[in-house]
Write a new protein. Structure first.
Length: 88
């Protein structure tokens, strides 16, 4: 079924592209390497249980929460910023 100016299946293609983009973004945000003993932001001690559960952790829970809030606010905009990503 054609919708507006888009071709058949274009809506599903947009959904798939958005999901793939978010998965890629989430993978990039995963920490890697050795965990830090102190928070990179506030220098508070990071509990050993957190360091074991999340290898490569760089922030305490409070700072990580704030960072994620900021990142979420940034992703509320148009995925690519182009008119092609705004299917009608």
């Amino acid at each position: 079924m054609a919708v507006g100016w888009s071709r058949d299946g274009a809506v599903q293609d947009q959904i798939d592209a958005t999901v793939e983009s978010e998965i890629e973004l989430a993978r990039k945000r995963l920490p890697t390497g050795e965990s830090m003993a102190n928070c990179q932001e506030c220098d508070a001690a990071i509990p050993e249980a957190r360091r074991k559960a999340m290898p490569g952790v760089r922030y305490c829970v409070a700072c990580q929460s704030e960072l994620e809030k900021k990142q979420k606010a940034e992703t509320l905009y148009n995925r690519k910023g182009s008119k092609d990503s705004q299917l009608k």
